[in-house]
Design a protein around this ligand. Structure first.
Ligand code: GDG
Length: 732
C-alpha cells in the first residue's frame, strides 16, 4: 500500500509556549477528532500548522517542535503571525467561512487576505514537496487549502490527490459572489477525487464548475484537462465505540454523578458547540427563553447546559458573539431564575473528553440548531453515547447530519416556534419512542464510522486511479513515440491528415478568432517545406475560413467535415459529390428559435451544414435546450438524408453521406504512402481513423476511448510530436 500524506491547516497536535517551555497537546475540532483514529492505523504522515506563530518561537524551538512531533508522524508548516492574521483570521474565517455558510453580509473581500491565502497554500505545497514521493496518496482537507491540489498537481504528476471539504459547498448564487471563484475552482480541480458531506454540496459544486469553469459532468465525473476528476458525497462519521463505551467508564460515571447531584431531578437540555455564529446558539437561547415564558410549568424543572468552546477568538464577529451570548445568558437567568435554580448553566471553555461524554450521557435533550453546518458531529456523538437508548435529539435541517439522522426532531433553526415546539416534544417524548428513534440512528452511525468514511474515501480514490489508468491504456508511450519518429524518418512519401480545432489548436471562447498562432504557422511551414510530406487539414470549419487561414501554405484542405475539398495544387474548391442544401430552409428557423431562447448561443451556417453553438451560454440552460433541440431535430430530419450530431458544445445538422473518412479516402488512394499519420480529437475524426490502413498511425488528442491507436492528452503534446518530426526531416 502506498503512503498516505494527510494535509490540513491544523495538525492534530497544538504547541504552546509558556516562558521558555514548549507544551504539546491534542487539538479540538471535528477534523482532528475524526482523523486521529485513522492516523494511528494507517501508514501515514500528517502535514499542518502546529498552532503557534513563528514570531513567538526561536530557531531552537522550531527544531524541537519538528523533532517532537515527528515521533507522532507529523510535519510542521510554520506560519508567521502576519500570515495567521491575513490567511487564517482573514481569508479563511472572514471570507470563505461566512460565505460558504450563507452569511454574505459577514463576508469581507480583501486583496491582501487573498494574497496571504495563496502564499500560505504555496508554503503547504513546499512542505508536501519535501515529503512526497511518486505513487503517494495525498489527502488534503478543508477550506483553508483549496488551492493546494492544483499547486501539487502542477509539480508532481504521479501522485493521487484527494480533497475533502468539511464545510458546506454553497449554491452557485452564493459561490459566484467570490471574486476569486475561478482560482478556487481551478485549485480544487487539481484533485482526482473531491469529497463533500452531502449530495446537496456535490450538486452545488458541480453546478458552479459547469457555470463558472464551463466543465460539464457525466455521472459526477468531470474531465479536467483530459483527466477524470470524481466528485462524490462521503458523510463523515464518528469513532462510535469511543462514545458508546463511555457509558460504562468509571471517570464518566463519576462526572455524571456530580452533575446529577447539582441538577437534582431536573431535566437537562444540552447545547455544545464551538462558539460560532453559524451554530445558531443565540437563536437556540432565544427559543429557550420563549419556551420558559410560554411553558411556566417547566420553570425550576429544566436546566439548559450551554458549553461554548472558544474559537477564533481573534476575529471581531466572534468577540461580538461572545458578548451577545453572555448578555443573553445573564438576561434569561435574571428573568426566569430563582434562588436555587439557574435556567442556563454557561461554560465558556473546552472540557476533557470524559466531561463531554458525561454531559452527553446525562442530557435528556440535545439541542443542535446550526443555521448551517457541513455535517455536525455533536449530534452523532450524542446519539452514540445513549447506550440505553434514552434521550431526544433536536436537529436543524441545515446541518449535513440531518440527511442521516431523520429520526431526530428536525427543525428549521430560523423558526423559533418550531424550536419551542420541539423542546416540549422532546421533553415529553415517551421513553419507548426515544429508544426506537435512537436505535434506528445508532444502527446507521455505528456502521458508517469515521474509519469507514476514511476507507471509503481512499477506496474511491483508488477507483478513480484505476479508471484513469484504463483510459491511459492507449497513451502514446515514449517507446511508441520513438517508433513513430523512426517510421517518419525512414519514409519518403508521407501523408499527414490533421484535424484543426482541439488537435492543432486549443478550444477558445471566440472560435472565429482561433486562427493559427505564430508557432503553429512555423510548424506548418516546416512540415510543408519538405516535399516528401503531404499535409491535409481536415476540419469541420467552412471553406472560406480555411481558405483565409491556410491559403498561404502548401497544404490540402478539407472543409465541412468532408463536403468540400481543395487539393494543394488546385486553386478551386470542389464538392465531394453533388449535395442538396434545400433542407436548410426547413431546419434553419428551428435552430434560430433555439438561439433566441438561449442567450449567447448562435447559429452558424455553412454550405451544407447548420450548427447551433452554445459554448458561451449558461451551461445549465444550454444543456436542457440542446436536449430539446436534438429531440425536435430528430423528428424533423427523420425522412431526409441528413443527420444530427453532437460535438463540443455544438449541435450540428449535415448530410449523412459526408464524412471525414470519405474525403480522406481520396487522399489515401492518391499515392503509395509509406507513412500515414492521422490526428483528431472528437467523434468526427473516428470516421477518419476507421478507414486507415493497419500500418497507419492514428492519434486522438485528449482522453477517452476512440478508434485511434493512441492518445496524447493535450494539443501541446501533439504539437511537440510534430515539432520532433520536423527536426528529423531536417536531418535528411
Ligand atoms: C467542522 C464542520 C463538520 C467540541 N467541544 C468539545 C469537544 N468538541 C468536539 C466534538 C466534535 C467536534 O469538537 C466538533 O465538531 P462539529 O462537527 O460539531 O463542528 P466543527 O468543529 O465546526 O467542524 C462540521 C466537521 O468539521 C467534521 O467534518 O461536522 O460541520 O464545521 O467532535 O466532540 N471535544 C472535547 N471537549 C469539548 O469541550 N473534548
Amino acid at each position: 500500500m502506498s503512503r498516505l500524506l494527510i494535509v490540513s491547516n491544523r495538525l492534530p497536535i497544538t504547541v504552546n509556549k509558556q516562558g521558555k517551555t514548549l507544551s504539546f497537546k491534542p487539538s479540538v475540532g471535528g477534523l482532528a477528532t475524526g482523523l486521529s483514529s485513522l492516523s494511528e492505523k494507517e501508514q501515514c504522515q500528517w502535514i499542518g500548522w502546529p498552532g503557534i506563530a513563528t514570531d513567538e518561537i526561536t530557531q531552537d524551538d522550531k527544531e524541537q517542535i519538528t523533532d517532537e512531533i515527528k515521533g507522532h508522524n507529523c510535519r510542521p508548516v510554520f506560519l508567521s503571525s502576519s500570515n495567521i492574521s491575513n490567511y487564517y483570521h482573514g481569508f479563511c474565517n472572514k471570507t470563505i467561512w461566512p460565505l460558504f455558510h450563507y452569511f454574505p453580509l459577514y463576508t469581507i473581500y480583501e486583496e491582501r487576505h487573498w494574497q496571504a491565502y495563496k502564499q500560505v497554500n504555496e508554503s503547504f505545497c513546499e512542505a508536501v514537496m519535501e515529503l512526497a514521493q511518486p505513487g503517494d496518496r495525498i489527502w488534503i482537507h478543508d477550506y483553508q487549502l483549496m488551492l493546494l491540489c492544483d499547486m501539487i498537481r502542477r509539480r508532481l504528476y504521479d501522485v493521487q490527490i484527494g480533497f475533502f471539504l468539511h464545510i458546506p459547498f454553497p449554491s452557485y448564487e452564493i459561490f459566484r459572489l467570490l471574486p476569486w471563484r475561478n482560482e478556487i475552482l481551478t485549485g480544487l480541480l487539481g484533485a482526482d477525487l473531491i469529497g463533500f458531506h452531502t449530495y446537496d454540496y456535490v450538486r452545488h459544486f458541480l453546478s458552479s464548475v459547469g457555470r463558472i469553469a464551463g466543465i460539464e459532468h457525466a455521472m459526477d465525473n468531470l474531465t479536467v484537462h483530459n483527466r477524470i476528476v470524481k466528485v462524490d458525497a462521503f458523510p463523515i462519521g464518528i469513532d462510535y465505540k469511543r462514545y458508546s463505551d463511555s457509558f460504562s467508564r468509571a471517570d464518566v460515571k463519576k462526572h455524571v454523578a456530580t452533575i446529577r447531584e447539582r441538577v437534582g431531578k431536573r431535566k437537562i437540555i444540552l447545547s455544545v458547540d464551538r462558539l460560532d455564529y453559524t451554530k445558531g446558539i443565540i437563536q437556540r437561547l432565544e427559543a429557550f427563553d420563549l419556551f420558559l415564558s410560554q411553558n411556566p410549568e417547566y420553570k425550576e424543572n429544566v436546566t439548559m447546559i450551554v458549553l461554548a468552546v472558544p474559537s477564533r477568538t481573534g476575529v471581531e464577529d466572534y468577540m461580538d458573539l461572545r458578548k451577545q451570548l453572555e448578555g443573553l445568558v445573564g438576561r434569561i437567568n435574571g428573568e426566569h431564575g430563582s434562588i436555587g435554580w439557574m435556567p442556563v448553566w454557561y461554560l465558556y471553555r473546552m472540557v476533557q473528553f470524559e466531561r463531554l461524554a458525561a454531559l452527553y450521557n446525562i442530557a435528556d435533550v440535545a439541542l443542535v440548531t446550526p443555521l448551517r453546518d457541513g455535517m455536525n458531529l455533536i449530534a452523532k456523538e450524542y446519539v452514540a453515547t445513549k447506550k440505553d437508548g434514552r434521550g431526544s435529539l433536536i436537529l436543524s435541517e441545515m446541518a449535513g447530519a440531518a440527511s442521516e439522522l431523520g429520526e431526530a426532531i428536525i427543525i428549521n433553526a430560523n423558526d423559533k416556534a418550531s424550536i419551542i415546539r420541539a423542546i416540549k416534544e422532546a421533553l415529553e417524548m415517551p421513553e419507548p419512542e426515544q429508544i426506537e428513534r435512537n436505535r434506528a440512528m445508532q444502527s446507521r452511525i455505528s456502521r458508517y464510522t469515521v474509519k469507514r468514511w476514511a476507507s471509503d474515501f481512499l477506496e474511491c480514490l483508488a477507483d478513480v486511479k484505476r479508471a484513469q489508468d484504463e483510459l491511459s491504456v492507449q497513451k502514446l508511450t515514449s517507446k511508441n513515440r520513438k517508433h513513430l519518429a523512426e517510421a517518419f524518418k525512414n519514409s519518403t512519401k508521407r501523408l499527414l491528415l490533421l484535424d484543426y480545432d482541439g488537435t492543432l489548436i486549443g478550444f477558445s471562447d471566440r472560435p472565429e478568432k482561433a486562427g493559427p498562432d505564430r508557432k503553429l504557422c512555423q510548424l506548418l511551414s516546416s512540415l510543408t517545406k519538405n516535399s516528401n510530406n503531404e499535409i491535409v487539414i481536415i476540419s469541420g470549419r467552412d471553406k472560406d475560413t480555411l481558405e483565409r487561414w491556410f491559403s498561404g501554405f502548401d497544404i490540402s484542405l478539407i472543409a465541412e467535415h468532408g463536403a468540400w475539398l481543395k487539393p494543394r495544387n488546385s486553386r478551386k474548391w470542389a464538392l465531394i459529390e453533388p449535395l442538396r442544401d434545400d433542407w436548410k430552409d426547413n431546419i434553419r428557423p428551428v435552430l434560430e428559435l433555439y438561439a433566441d431562447r438561449t442567450p449567447r448561443s448562435f447559429v452558424e451556417e455553412k454550405d451544407y451544414c447548420l450548427v447551433w453553438h452554445y459554448r458561451r451560454s449558461d451551461s445549465a440552460l444550454a444543456n436542457i435546450r440542446s436536449q430539446e433541440l436534438r429531440a425536435a431535430l430528430m423528428d424533423l430530419t427523420a425522412n431526409l438524408n441528413i443527420g444530427v450530431f453532437e460535438g463540443h458544445k455544438i449541435l450540428e445538422v449535415k448530410n449523412i453521406g459526408v464524412s471525414k473518412g470519405r474525403a480522406a479516402q481520396i487522399w489515401l488512394q492518391k499515392d503509395k504512402w509509406d507513412f500515414i499519420l492521422a490526428a483528431g480529437d472528437d467523434y468526427t475524426d473516428d470516421e477518419l481513423f476507421e478507414i486507415l490502413p493497419p500500418e497507419a498511425y492514428s492519434i486522438k488528442v485528449g482522453h477517452g476511448i476512440s478508434k485511434a491507436k493512441f492518445n496524447v492528452y493535450t494539443v501541446d503534446e501533439f504539437r511537440a510530436i510534430l515539432n520532433e518530426l520536423t527536426e528529423l526531416q531536417d536531418d535528411i
